[in-house]
Design a protein around this ligand. Structure first.
Ligand code: CA2
Length: 181
């Protein structure tokens, strides 16, 4: 989002927390935005398997993420799709709009070379998150294609993993070696 074009020098940028929520780029001040993507069946959270995934709904998680991202000075978009192609399209479109991605690709984590290729193509700082500890579960859940494109993975902490992922991405974006969107 464009905030202002009136100031012509980066030293006028606003700084709150560990990263700058407002960056100066191409003669404009822009918010730092992140994209949180959720894969198939996560829209059913809170309805079944609470012993594995907790009792919170995806909407509960979105609200908690929005509050935490705001506290971190980040704008956030939060999306869910049951379609692999839609997730790939959203990742492709993220380049130039978002500074980084948090992704719980759900079952596509373990199957999708297409999502991996999209993440590798956009070269955005990416944090992988899972509600459950995938390494304590079925063997087919132990491998993640997403992991090859992610700076790191958080799993096993339930919905709090999303908050930890926001903190991790926020820190990555504070690294001057990482370009923002
Ligand atoms: O632990 C995670 O976050 C997972 O990404 C969740 C995926 C699973 O396939 C991954 O191995 C690990 C499944 C999400 C499905 O969530 C449901 C929630 C309620 C009812 C049914 C499914």
């Amino acid at each position: 989002m464009v905030l202002s074009q009136c100031c012509a020098h980066p030293r006028f940028a606003l700084w709150v927390g560990p990263i700058s929520p407002v960056n100066y780029r191409n003669g404009r001040f822009v918010h730092t935005s992140i994209l949180i993507l959720n894969g198939p069946n996560l829209n059913m959270l809170g309805t079944r398997q609470p012993e594995v995934y907790g009792r919170e709904t995806l909407s509960d998680i979105e609200h908690a993420c929005r509050a935490h991202a705001s506290w971190r000075g980040l704008e956030m978009d939060f999306r869910q799709s049951n379609s692999e192609g839609e997730l790939v399209t959203w990742i492709q479109q993220a380049k130039g709009h978002y500074a980084g991605i948090i992704i719980n690709a759900a079952a596509y984590t373990h199957t999708s070379v297409a999502i991996l290729d999209a993440l590798l193509a956009v070269e955005l700082p990416t944090v992988e998150v899972h509600l459950s500890n995938i390494h304590q579960r079925d063997a087919f859940r132990h491998h993640s294609y997403v992991a090859k494109a992610a700076r790191g993975m958080i799993c096993g902490f339930g919905s709090h993993g999303y908050i930890l992922a926001i903190d991790a991405l926020s820190r990555l974006l504070g690294d001057p070696g990482v370009a923002s969107a």
